[in-house]
Write a new protein. Structure first.
Length: 391
């Protein structure tokens, strides 16, 4: 027991704290953007990210994984918010958490072993493309200073780890280049340009909705979709972190932990969330290996909002975009296309379908589910053809 606590919380303490700080810096613009997609105030997403990241550090089944308000969830809830308002969103988020806890108790995490490697390859490559594409708006068509700061960030993050690793390169890039931006009054888009950040703590609230069957009929379809999409992304992220750290995680505990985190998010005025694949990869690349990095990401996020708000809003988006471009580059598996030339046609078809559907829908769960189904169909057809040939 003590050994598990030590490994989960205390190993590599300083490295995990610094990694969590890096992730918190990157989370803010992403979460604000997701809040806009969902049609809610930026603070709804920021509160959710604080609550979910801190809660999952204790309740989750995969140390070093980052969970927060997520784009896939934001896309699902926009119609609900537009038609019924934020309180119905909060109620749906609470019900989402309840469903996830039930799925965890039903041991849905065991289904992860049925997702083939070809789907995982397509999933990871599509994720890298989405991360890269999402940053282009913060780089191109703005100002020449934006290109300079983006390029300097990419150089620092790419080159510095070859010579010095004690402090994460992304953290150095953010601090150093933000100071330069402020001193030179550079013409760059900043975090503050994305939306207003209110320097207040979240507070407990009960969503102002009629708690009856009519409300349940409205929110249940959304809650079920949020729960399934959130779990698919969370469990796939856990699998990626497992492979990176060469250790196993408790997928059913992760399912239950995500549910608890989302219930608390809804009760404290936040949107639903799940594991953030890009931020989890960034955490690993910055030295995060334990639950301490997840806890630090959540607590430092709120610390920046409350205490460092005046400086936070001055961070150039081009710096954060540069960091995410490097994350996308290192996430993409460049061996995929040579592999597809030599692999069986069925495997290549599964990889391509997964990538294409994820890019079209911007929904990682859709690509994974469709790719897995195609894999089953093609394998059954292949087995049937083999039986016919044998006869």
């Amino acid at each position: 027991m003590l050994e598990r606590i030590k490994e989960g919380w205390l190993s590599g303490g300083w490295a995990n704290i610094l990694a969590g700080i890096v992730v918190a810096l990157a989370l803010i613009p992403e979460v604000i953007a997701f809040s806009v997609i969902a049609g809610v105030d930026p603070m709804v997403g920021l509160y959710a990210s604080f609550i979910i990241a801190v809660t999952i550090a204790f309740t989750g089944g995969r140390p070093a994984m980052i969970s927060a308000a997520a784009g896939a969830i934001a896309l699902l809830v926009y119609p609900l918010v537009k038609t019924y308002g934020v309180d119905y969103l909060l109620a749906a988020t609470i019900l989402m958490g309840v469903i996830q806890i039930i799925l965890g108790l039903l041991k849905v995490g065991h289904l992860m072993k049925y997702i083939p490697n070809t789907v995982m390859i397509g999933f990871v490559d599509a994720l890298a493309i989405l991360i890269f594409h999402s940053q282009l708006q913060h780089i191109f068509g703005l100002s020449w200073e934006t290109y300079v700061f983006t390029g300097m960030t990419i150089l620092i993050v790419s080159i510095m780890p070859k010579f010095y690793t004690r402090i994460p390169a992304p953290l150095v890039a953010v601090v150093l280049l933000t100071i330069i931006s402020m001193m030179t009054d550079a013409n760059v888009r900043t975090v503050g340009d994305l939306g207003e950040i209110t320097r207040t703590l979240p507070h407990f609230l009960i969503p102002d909705v009629p708690w009856n069957f009519e409300t349940l009929k409205i929110i249940f379809p959304y809650s079920l979709s949020m729960a399934v999409v959130g779990l698919v992304e969370s469990l796939l992220t856990a699998r990626i972190v497992d492979e990176t750290l060469n250790s196993d995680s408790d997928k059913n505990r992760e399912s239950r932990g995500q549910g608890i985190a989302n219930i608390l998010s809804g009760l404290f005025g936040g949107i639903g969330g799940c594991a953030m694949i890009g931020q989890s990869v960034m955490n690993l690349q910055s030295g995060g290996t334990s639950r301490l990095s997840s806890l630090t990401a959540g607590t430092f996020l709120m610390f920046m909002i409350i205490v460092l708000g005046d400086y936070l809003v001055q961070i150039p988006m081009s710096i954060l975009a540069g960091i995410m471009v490097v994350v996308a580059w290192t996430t993409f598996e460049f061996k995929t296309f040579p592999l597809m030339r030599t692999a069986p046609k069925a495997d290549s078809a599964v990889i391509l379908l997964t990538i294409i559907l994820v890019l079209i829908t911007h929904n990682l769960a859709v690509g994974v589910i469709a790719g897995s189904l195609l894999n089953v169909i093609l394998k059954r057809n292949h087995q049937s053809a083999d039986r016919v040939a044998d006869q």
